[in-house]
Design a protein around this ligand. Structure first.
Ligand SMILES: O=C(O)c1cc(=O)[nH]c(=O)n1[C@@H]1O[C@H](COP(=O)(O)O)[C@@H](O)[C@H]1O
Length: 277
């Protein structure tokens, strides 16, 4: 299996630089005329997958919104991942896992092992138990042609209170430097991505971070519902824009349940991302 960065690049070239989040929030389910139940989440998720084939490079189910229904929710997530796979669209499980190495190995197996019912093309990871604690997932992803997206500079207002600590030697810079070292051998993008919010403004410059050197696919949540535009992303990611995977959930999902409306909205967001570069 080719490296995840290569697979993602091919998907971005075929469908555009867009990741659509599948976030079945109670309010969205209600707006779509669906029950806030596993059956409602199932209908929502399968509709999003159907709508996004060909317009999004990758789909990002938000695991928390399935997990709230326990095993019934996980069954729906498994079915959603499987449908996306058979439709030929990549998946990124937004699970934000992070634990000590031996437990991390079990999380890696859950999300990245070929034999797992939850196996996804990539998973989001939180590095705040130390970057090296993520090693089992980073290595298993490399072995299986999968990827990981490590939280770097997140989109939420609380993020800087941890990530910016240290100024020129910030926590975020230390994580991002380790991702850069990990991807050094990649020709284009490596298998270790970074989450860098669309809302971060000039934080990389202030913290002395060069995102283009990371060779990391850059997942940029914050587009749409959290206020950032494609132009904001192009300004914040000048120099690394070819690595950017713009990601949006509620701003696209709110136009459902019509498959045509969802597809049209995603195509509009994708085209704005393409034009802004
Ligand atoms: O890892 C993420 O995807 C993520 C990181 C981050 O810094 N900020 C962020 O909003 N997210 C996720 O991205 C999605 C954003 O949803 P919208 O604000 O509706 O587009 C949610 O599922 C968040 O959990």
């Amino acid at each position: 299996m080719p490296n995840f960065g290569t697979r993602l690049r091919a998907a971005m070239e075929a469908s555009g630089p867009l990741c659509v989040g599948i976030d079945p929030h109670p309010a969205l389910l209600q707006a779509w005329g669906l029950e806030n139940s596993p059956a409602g989440v199932r209908s929502f998720s399968l509709t999003v997958v159907e709508a996004m084939v060909g317009v999004a490079a990758i789909l990002k189910p938000q695991v928390a919104l399935y997990e709230r229904f326990g095993s019934a929710g996980f069954a729906v997530l498994e079915e959603t991942l499987s449908l996306a796979k058979s439709a030929g669209i990549l998946t990124l499980a937004d699970a934000k896992r992070g634990d000590i190495g031996s437990t991390m190995a079990a999380y890696a197996t859950a999300w990245l092992d070929d034999a797992s019912p939850l196996a996804s093309d990539a998973v989001t990871l939180s590095p705040y138990l130390g970057y090296e604690s993520l090693r089992p997932a980073i290595d298993l992803a490399a072995q299986t042609g999968r990827g990981v997206f490590v939280l770097g500079l997140t989109s939420n207002p609380e993020g800087p209170s941890v990530q910016h600590v240290g100024g020129e030697k910030s926590v975020a810079k230390s994580i991002i430097d380790q991702v850069t070292a990990e991807n050094a051998g990649a020709e284009d993008m490596g298998h270790v991505g970074l989450v860098v919010g669309a809302t971060i403004g000039d934080a990389p410059a202030k913290l002395g971070i060069d995102l283009s050197a990371t060779k990391a696919p850059l997942l940029t949540p914050g587009l749409g519902a959290q206020g950032a535009t494609a132009r904001d992303i192009a300004a914040a990611f000048a120099g690394s824009y070819s690595q950017v995977l713009g990601t949006s959930s509620r701003d696209i999902l709110k136009v459902g349940p019509s498959v045509n409306a969802l597809r049209a909205k995603a195509a509009q967001v994708r085209d704005e991302l393409l034009a802004a570069g």
